[in-house]
Design a protein around this ligand. Sequence first.
Ligand code: UP5
Ligand code: MG
Length: 203
Amino acid sequence: FNPDDVTVVFVLGGPGAGKGTQCAHLVKDYGFTHLSAGDLLRAEQDRAGSEFGEMIKDYIKNGLIVPMEVTVQLLENAMTATVDPSGKGETKGKKGKFLIDGFPRKMDQAVKFEESVCPAKAVLFYDCPEAEMERRLLDRGKTSGRADDNADSIRKRFRTFVETSMPVVDAFEKQGKVIKIDGTAKPEEVHKTTQQRIEAKLG
Ligand code: UP5
Ligand code: MG
């Protein structure tokens, strides 16, 4: 597909900052298509016949970033399926608006995606203290079934976030693309703030 036919907003923030929760609201508000990199990786992990299943499982449990080729390809496939389902390059005037959630979280992914797929228009960044994120994830872990919602994996996810993913946020900040939002309030309040800030930035 042609990069001119799509608008991309990256949604970043630490593990449990509320990315997925806020994306669900923004889909209803503005008609975005929500693509969570983590959800796409978990689906690929469970797909019968995937050559990457075991590798993805291992990386997610250890809070590590799966090699970018895999994730970029999954995102590109999902975007194509939305804007050009026939695969013939005809988007039929349908413009894709994407919220890409939990990606890019390593510098090489950011560079690769913006070069080979499409540059992001803006980056939503949900800021939340670790203690609050840990509380949310341990609570969700009682029922989520996610292999990484346990104290040991959470610690590793936080470490990767600080060491590897924050530099990506900082790089976008230097480009003036970041909309930083306090993610500690109630979900409805965070949603209201997000609406105001998106409308101020993107119109
Ligand atoms: N909750 C949400 N908002 C709340 C609020 N304001 N107040 C109180 N509670 C709130 O929320 C988490 C929990 O908190 C929920 O129970 C929610 O109800 C509650 P959620 O909206 O799910 O937060 P989110 O930021 O989406 O948290 P998530 O756990 O999905 O974040 P991660 O970034 O850790 O997970 P993700 O799925 O993106 O990635 C998982 C793994 O995949 C990574 O660790 C990595 O190993 C791998 N990965 C890659 O390798 N490459 C990628 O590009 C992406 C992922
Ligand atoms: Mg999520």
